[in-house]
Design a protein around this ligand. Structure first.
Ligand code: ZN
Length: 354
């Protein structure tokens, strides 16, 4: 919560005609998730996993030494921008190391059997960060760093990423572009962020060819489209690849009313997708799922998405109803639409490459 993204107008630095406001990626959504877990009673039933800072060795599996030195030096002074749209304040580098380290700790806890699955409620987020630059509010590519830890320090051979953030998981894709040890799947809004990123055609290269799957859904897609993607592409891809661990870069910005996305998911949708992943993970890898928090910018609704996901991961119910669910599930276009079906059909053809 001490990671300071500063004064912005959503994503724009203020100045000239742009009146100062808050940055879209601020602590509030995350703080409110924790508060809802607390008042719902679920927090008491969770097993806390303590984060420690990711080491230089762990970070260098994804990032260049130059980039780490550059943001470390800026962080020691007053902060700055780690790349496109990635402002940070004093000491944010240390917090980013804690964020990456939190996902590593979650992976370790799951692999050691301390917990069956885990949700790493961390910030700053990670899935846009590249080897030599931050991007889209992300300083370090947390999920990829934790995944490479699982492969290189914990002896796993095959892991899978299922990224349901509304934006393309370009950082995770890049980290494993030529690496067959990870199946990287991103379900995102077509050409939302980064610009011109995440088309179906980007399927991996060299030894990694076939092991990157992008499903760029049209704006306006609702729970019906997401469920169809999981039934027809995500779960069959997991079944074909047989990962030993599933990491979910979990953004809640595909929710209806999110300021940085144009999709229509709701808590019932996130619940349903979690159930599908849990069923697949039970079959494939003893239920081993680690979710790491990414985007999600509507502070009112995001906590209820997280609560639904958490209830499913725990196999428990808090008894708290999502007050937004009725109005969101009634939004027009929640069912799978023909132009969305067409995209999913094209993505299904990628299964033959696995
Ligand atoms: Zn996002």
């Amino acid at each position: 919560m001490w990671h300071d993204t500063g004064t912005h107008a959503g994503i724009m630095p203020p100045g000239g005609p742009v009146q100062p406001y808050e940055h879209a990626e601020n602590p509030e959504t995350k703080r409110r998730i924790r508060k809802l877990l607390e008042v719902s009673g679920l927090l008491d039933k969770l097993v806390p996993v303590t984060a420690t800072r990711a080491t230089q060795e762990q970070l260098l599996r994804v990032h260049t030494r130059d980039y780490l030195e550059q943001i470390s030096a800026m962080s020691a002074e007053t902060g700055g921008d780690a790349g496109g749209f990635t402002p940070f304040g004093k000491d944010s580098y240390e917090i980013a190391r804690l964020s990456a380290g939190g996902v590593i700790a979650a992976v370790d806890a799951v692999l050691e059997g301390t917990v069956r699955n885990a949700y790493a409620m961390v910030r700053p987020p990670g899935h846009h960060a590249l080897a030599d630059t931050g991007m889209g509010f992300c300083l370090l590519c947390n999920g990829a760093i934790a995944g490479l830890h699982a492969l290189e320090a914990r002896g796993l051979d095959r892991i899978a990423f299922v990224d349901w953030d509304v934006h393309h998981g370009n950082g995770t894709q890049a980290a494993f572009w030529e690496d067959p040890r990870a199946l990287t799947i991103s379900v995102h809004q077509d050409n939302c962020f980064p610009p011109d990123s995440g088309p179906i055609e980007d399927n991996g290269e060299g030894p990694g060819e076939g092991f990157n799957i992008n499903i760029p859904l049209p704006p306006g897609s609702g729970t019906g489209a997401y469920e169809a993607v999981f039934d027809r592409v995500v779960v069959p891809a997991l079944n074909a690849y047989k990962p030993q661990l599933i990491i979910v870069p979990s953004g809640f910005d595909a929710g209806a009313h999110d300021p940085l996305g144009r999709m229509q998911m709701h808590s019932g949708g996130y619940r349903s997708l979690t159930q599908k992943l849990l069923a697949a993970a039970d079959e494939l890898c003893d239920g081993r799922i680690v979710m790491c928090h990414e985007g999600g910018y509507n502070a009112s609704t995001v906590p209820f998405y997280a609560l639904a996901v958490m209830e499913e991961l725990m196999g428990d119910s808090s008894g708290v109803d999502d007050p937004f669910l009725e109005i969101m599930s009634g939004l027009g276009g929640q069912e799978l639409q023909p132009h969305q079906d067409e995209v999913i059909r094209r993505a299904e053809s990628l299964l033959a490459n696995l």
